[in-house]
Design a protein around this ligand. Structure first.
Ligand code: MTE
Ligand code: MO
Length: 156
């Protein structure tokens, strides 16, 4: 009986994953710290991302006057993540990588659908150079696309 149930679960889970440890929708386990909320730091994980709601949308990077080829990204909208945690008023949102490089984003951009915390591009999980999670900013240059996102700071 249990065997049958497990089999049907496997059969029903949509997407195929490379490894049994990977959850559907998320490429891998990851964690991003959200600070500056006035409360304890938040541990935003791939599991929480599924609760926020996974988005699949096109994005293209700008390079000088041209748009690079459109890619299909899977991730969560940055604005939706902040909504999920009830984070409302702020001056900017700072997104920081593992190596400490960062950029600050305006409330308008954060609330728009252009800013996505992405972990999959064109159906493939990000490599270790860019991922596990990269900030994707549709229509902006590469300096806006922070790789290896590890911390988000709410600047009040
Ligand atoms: N983690 C991380 N992401 C980053 C940076 C960085 O130093 N570290 N630099 C930014 C800048 S200024 C640029 S121009 C692009 C460079 O990305 P590329 O090497 O893939 O062109 O990454 C952006 N994202
Ligand atoms: Mo850069």
């Amino acid at each position: 009986m249990l065997g049958v149930m497990m089999l049907s679960l496997v059969a029903c889970s949509g997407e195929k994953n490379d490894s049994a440890t990977k959850k559907e929708g998320s490429a891998a386990s990851w964690s991003i710290t959200i600070e500056g909320t006035g409360k304890d730091p938040i541990k935003f994980t791939n599991g929480e991302a599924e609760k926020v709601g996974i988005a699949t949308q096109k994005a293209s990077m700008k390079d000088k006057d041209t748009s690079l080829p459109e890619q299909e990204w899977q991730g969560v909208l940055l604005g939706k993540v902040l909504d999920y945690y009830g984070i409302k008023s702020y001056t900017t949102v700072k997104v920081e990588s593992q190596n400490g490089s960062s950029k600050e984003y305006t409330p308008d951009l954060v609330a728009s659908s252009a800013a996505l915390l992405g972990w999959k591009v064109d159906g493939k999980a990000l490599d270790s150079e860019n991922g596990p999670v990269q900030l994707v900013v549709n229509g902006k240059g590469s300096n806006w696309w922070i790789k290896n996102v590890s911390k988000i700071t709410i600047v009040k």
